[in-house]
Design a protein around this ligand. Structure first.
Ligand code: ZN
Length: 726
């Protein structure tokens, strides 16, 4: 007792103090914060910014219920640095992130998520592109950071890991439903990033039918999905208790100034972004603010709204006075930069500043624009206005000095090969050869080559081989060491069946730039197609030597061992691949294939189901899951998977073919014939399978068979499409 006594005495005052503190700290009610960034979204392609052809009812409704800033400038037309500015309130020279892929936001940087987490918020992020993956440091302060982006639908060399809006919003809504159900829930800060308007444009058909261009259709699709999220908030009664900040990281040139997309130039086409703040009662509904503002103003604005400190550590200002008609400066300096031309292509960098009605760009041939007369910056009046330009050069220097006084060193990052090639595939980084050939050029002069390459890349993505090949050969005639052009040409040759030529182009590409892991991967695929196992093995090994942790190389090594009849070695490679990236769905499918070949259908099924769960549109895994179920004597479940596969792989004849087999085996020749006719509609043309597959023997005995046979016989066997690819 005597030993315990002092402890109790000691505890009382502590408890008393805690109790008092708890009483003092009764928190004011805090609204939720929802930050939405739509990638590559020009403000002037939204209805609320005056675009008559827009299909953006939900964003327009957001603007009608909130305050719209008609003149907001992004810090840079590049995704990662621009988002770093949005989330830290600092310009790129201060936060240190100057480009995609090669920079990581330093731990020292304080993000909005970190500030709100400390203030008691639940913090969630959902991003839709690999350039914002957590390894680049924007995950700081988030309780969870959803960047699960593997998609196998993209052509291999293009490595564009993107998640379309419907899937991202599914995940957001799923999280929201869970949040809603919590008893003692914290307010949330949620950041949702959608990537749809970024190239390549692959909008859903409904949107394509409504919108004037594929770009607008992608915006329409993002809008529809956002509507779903807004509805969920409204239904739960939290919409009006949520500060919604809607913006974009940059716009899209759409051909202005000779730039097709974005990232090189810093003209209004890519720097002017939407900014809408909806918070009923505090931000007037339907108000339009004309004073120019910047993305770096978002953090201090949110902090001020929540009465939190930290604004002084940013380079922005609170926008509430502007929204509410109070004193607000009309000439906030708007800094912007693009160093991609330099870091990615060896051209000169671009730095710009807009003050009042003037816009100035520092470049080998400097530029000055009068925004009143020339808002789109088409008429360079630098030569005639040297003193005005000099004043803006001083403003630019002041912006640099302010950045220098706040500068955070960005975390150094060794550029791994996989990242480098991903950036190249997005057109953000040229291989060494290209960088040499463009050294120091004014981007205004180098844009032609860059644009032609982008054209070719996009033609390839649309499978338009002839124009793509023509453009690529023209580029190579002008700049023979343009490795990007050569790799795309080689892929084109592979896809059009000209293997020997493709191999030659890849080898030339390696001669110019020997460290390209993905080129070795491609050489390995060609060797596989030609059944040269040793050569394939050598190439995949080289790829994984150059780029350790290259999950696709491991997975391909596994595939070689499967084909060579070495299941144990195959399994080792697959295990390595899963260890590196547990979300890479191809591995599960391939491990499934391994069990399937061995006749272990139960184990195979587990793997296929895992693959399908990781990537619900992976129709091959669904087909194989169905095949396992069939062999395990569960035809009902098999049918379900085949039907799902037919939905997921809308163009493939394979799922219906498998259904036809399933029904024929069950003796239902009527449904078998119907499924076979669906398969025919999708291009089935294999006489060998139709006449030889034992599973179809019941169908072959039925009266519905002869017309099916006739159709297939009439079809030309130009190329037997390899449905499985590699
Ligand atoms: Zn972007």
């Amino acid at each position: 007792m005597s030993r315990k006594f002092p402890k109790i005495v000691f505890l009382f005052p502590v408890l008393a103090v805690l109790g008092a503190a708890a009483l003092l700290l009764v928190r004011p009610h805090r609204p939720n914060v929802l930050l939405i960034t739509v990638d590559t979204l020009r403000a002037d392609h939204l209805g609320c910014y005056g675009y008559a052809l827009a299909q953006t009812p939900h964003i327009d409704a957001l603007a009608a219920a909130g305050t719209l800033f008609s003149e907001c400038s992004a810090a840079t037309p590049i995704t990662l640095p621009s988002h770093s500015s949005i989330l830290t309130g600092l310009w790129p020279p201060a936060h240190g992130v100057r480009d995609n892929g090669t920079y990581v936001l330093a731990d020292k940087a304080v993000t909005l998520a970190e500030r709100l987490k400390i203030a008691g918020y639940e913090t969630r992020a959902f991003v839709s592109a690999v350039v914002l993956a957590r390894r680049y440091g924007l995950d700081q302060g988030f309780d969870s950071y959803d960047d699960d982006l593997w998609s196998e639908k993209d052509p291999k060399l293009f490595m564009i890991r993107e998640r379309k809006a419907p899937r991202t919003i599914d995940r957001v809504v799923e999280w929201f439903e869970a949040w809603k159900a919590e008893k003692k829930r914290k307010p949330f800060f949620t950041w949702v990033h959608l990537f749809d308007p970024h190239q390549p444009d692959t909008p859903p058909a409904w949107a394509r039918a409504l919108a004037p261009t594929p770009y607008d259709a992608e915006i329409a699709s993002a809008d529809r999905e956002l509507g779903r999220l807004f509805d969920a908030l409204k239904e739960a009664g939290v919409l009006d208790d949520t500060i919604i900040v809607f913006t974009a990281d940059h716009g899209e040139s759409l051909g202005e100034h000779g730039e097709k997309t974005h990232a090189i130039f810093i003209y209004r086409a890519t720097i002017h972004v939407p900014l809408i703040i909806r918070w009923p009662g505090k931000y007037p509904a339907g108000k339009k603010v004309a004073s120019p503002v910047r993305s770096v103003d978002i953090v201090p604005t949110v902090l001020a709204a929540l009465r939190l400190k930290g604004a002084a550590e940013t380079q922005g200002v609170d926008l509430a006075p502007a929204a509410n008609g109070r004193d607000f400066p009309a000439d906030l300096p708007r800094y912007s930069e693009s160093r991609l031309s330099e870091l990615g292509f060896g051209m000169a960098p671009l730095y710009g500043i807009r003050v009042g009605t003037w816009s100035y760009i520092r470049a080998p041939r400097p530029e000055l624009y009068d925004l009143r007369a020339d808002p789109d910056e088409k008429n360079n009046i630098f030569a005639a206005n040297a003193s005005q330009a000099a004043r803006l050069e001083d403003d630019l220097k002041r912006a640099f000095a302010d950045c220098a006084s706040r500068a955070i060193e960005s975390r150094p990052r060794a550029l791994n090969r996989e990242t480098m090639e991903m950036l190249q595939s997005l057109g953000y980084l040229a291989p060494a050869g290209v960088r040499e050939s463009l050294g120091g050029m004014d981007p205004k002069d180098g844009i032609g080559i860059y644009t032609a390459l982008e054209d070719a890349r996009h033609a390839m993505q649309r499978r338009e081989w002839i124009p793509a090949e023509k453009t690529l050969r023209e580029i190579l005639a002008k700049v023979p060491r343009n490795v990007s052009a050569r790799n795309i040409l080689a892929l084109l040759l592979t896809q059009s069946g000209r293997m020997a030529q493709a191999r030659e182009e890849y080898l030339r590409s390696l001669a110019d730039d020997p460290g390209q892991a993905r080129v070795y991967l491609q050489l390995g695929h060609i060797a596989l197609l030609e059944n040269k196992m040793d050569e394939a093995r050598r190439n995949f090994a080289r790829a994984s030597d150059i780029s350790p942790g290259f999950v696709e190389a491991y997975s391909d090594m596994g595939l070689v061992e499967v084909l060579a009849g070495n299941p144990v070695q195959a399994r080792e490679w697959y295990d390595k691949a899963v260890a590196v990236d547990p979300d890479f769905p191809a591995v599960y499918r391939r491990v499934g294939d391994l069990y399937y070949e061995r006749g272990d259908f139960a184990s195979a099924l587990v793997q296929y189901e895992e693959a399908a769960a990781k990537s619900p549109d992976d129709f091959r895994s669904l087909v194989q899951a169905g095949n396992c179920l069939r062999r395990l004597g569960r035809p009902g479940k098999a049918e379900v998977d085949f039907l799902k596969a037919a939905q997921a792989g809308r163009k493939s004849w394979v799922p219906y073919y498998n259904l036809a087999c399933l029904y024929a085996l069950g003796g239902d020749t009527g449904r078998s014939a119907a499924a076979m006719r669906q398969s025919l509609k999708r291009g089935f043309n294999s006489l060998t399978l139709l006449t030889g597959d034992a599973d179809l023997s019941a169908l072959r005995r039925s009266s519905e068979y002869p017309p099916i046979l006739k159709t297939v016989q009439e079809r030309r066997h130009d190329v037997e499409i390899d449905e499985d690819g590699l």
